[in-house]
Design a protein around this ligand. Structure first.
Ligand code: UT7
Length: 381
């Protein structure tokens, strides 16, 4: 029987941002836009874009390994891995399985979750629920997106807004009165066309025509999404606090989805909360979709803004339309010194072994396929 008070505590955190910085000025060289317009209307100054060979899985793995390092956890102790993304490496298999393999997390189940930019808070809620059920003790939750792979680089209304990145947290079961206190999920599919990638799925299959019509690129009605966001951010924040039995005054930090500083400022005004209680980093990374909330959380923990005992609200909104919020009482101290070197070495060895085993298995599978084909030819002859 699960304990009535079993909940999830965040014991590790990590992030990955590609090295390549793309400034507004660089974008203005190829698009009919300007640094001034982008800064004034969005607050974005620059964003990170993946290099050749980097993708959603590689960023997710880097963030996940950092989270395991912060918690000094063995990847083999993971029960479940959830990756929130709308830009998986492939439509199939799930990114989460690739992450599970790269971590050597031999005992973990793994699945992807797509709830647009709300994805990380959705996945956090699923992680909390899995732990509260008593069936899982240690859950890795990741938000990762390679938005540069799906934006239409000729469309100035969207291309300037997005960036790439990943963030991860490690959840562990606790019976204490901290961790994830309450969660809220919402969806309104009538708003589907406000933010969508029309082609490439089962409804509108990839064809030369869909390529010619740029239907594989992200399309957005910015003004409508803006109106939705400025309403839902404060509403979801208030509702999740009510469910946690907390007042707005008790909130130390709101960590909102990073889409536009104007959206965050409007939410702060509606909530009558000072803007300096919001974690904002959209200026440096743009909108990294499902990665934005965990990246902001990770930065605020690392630079010491978030301290044990503080109350946080994590709140996201995005394609679907969807929205999600979580009230969290932070408990974990930032690790002060270096980790035990043997545990670090064991993680390193596990990652090397996982990479070797993958190459070996792929080689064996290809060889078996070739032998199978040869066998068929011989028999049929
Ligand atoms: O993760 C969730 C998804 N995304 C969001 O949350 C985004 C929500 N929406 C927004 O943040 C804002 O609506 C935008 C930043 C997308 C746009 O800001 P806005 O103040 O709502 O601008 P607008 O769409 O009303 O456009 C104003 C003008 C238009 O020109 P006209 O029609 O007034 O002549 C646009 O064509 O700005 C023009 N414009 C641009 N100009 C220069 C749109 N994009 C650009 C651009 N550079 N990049």
């Amino acid at each position: 029987m699960p304990s009535a008070s079993l909940r999830a505590e965040i014991v590790g955190w990590g992030k990955c941002l590609p090295d390549r910085v793309v400034t507004n000025v660089e974008l203005a060289a190829t698009l009919d836009t300007s640094d001034e317009w982008i800064r004034e209307r969005t607050g974005i100054c620059e964003r990170r874009i993946v290099a050749e060979g980097e993708a959603t899985t590689s960023m997710a793995v880097t963030a996940a390994r950092q989270a395991l390092e912060r918690a000094d956890a063995d990847p083999r102790s993971l029960d479940l891995i959830i990756v929130a993304t709308s830009t998986p490496d492939h439509l199939m298999p799930a990114t989460a399985s690739q992450v599970q393999n790269a971590l050597g997390a031999a005992h973990a189940g793994a699945f992807d979750l797509n709830a647009g930019c709300s994805g990380f808070v959705y996945a956090l809620t699923m992680g909390q629920t899995a732990i509260a059920s008593g069936a899982f003790r240690t859950v890795l939750v990741i938000g990762a997106d390679t938005m540069s792979a799906v934006v239409n680089w000729d469309d100035r209304t969207t291309a300037v807004l997005f960036g790439d990145g990943a963030g991860a947290v490690l959840l562990r079961a606790t019976e204490n009165d901290y961790g994830i206190l309450s969660t809220l999920l919402g969806s309104d599919g009538a708003g589907d066309e406000l933010l969508m990638i029309p082609a490439g799925g089962s409804a509108l299959r990839a064809s030369q025509q869909t390529l010619d019509d740029h239907l594989h690129g992200l399309q957005m009605n910015g003004r409508q999404v803006y109106r939705f966001a400025t309403r839902i951010l404060p509403d979801a924040t208030q509702s999740v606090l009510l469910a946690a039995g907390l007042s707005l005054d008790a909130v130390d930090w709101v960590i909102p989805h990073q889409a536009n500083t104007r959206i965050i400022e409007a939410a702060a005004e509606r909530l009558k909360l000072p803007i300096d209680r919001f974690v904002v980093n959209v200026d440096a990374y743009g909108n990294t979709s499902a990665a934005s909330v965990p990246i902001a959380l990770c930065e605020a923990v690392e630079d010491g803004r978030i301290q044990p005992g503080q109350n946080l609200v994590l709140v996201g909104f995005g394609a679907g339309l969807t929205w999600a919020a979580a009230a969290v009482r932070w408990a974990t101290e930032k690790p002060a010194g270096r980790r035990a070197s043997w545990r670090q070495a064991s993680r390193w060895a596990l990652y090397r072994w996982a990479a070797f085993r993958t190459r070996l298995m792929r080689g064996v599978n290809r060889l078996m396929a070739r032998v199978g084909r040869l066998w068929n030819v011989t028999i049929n002859d």
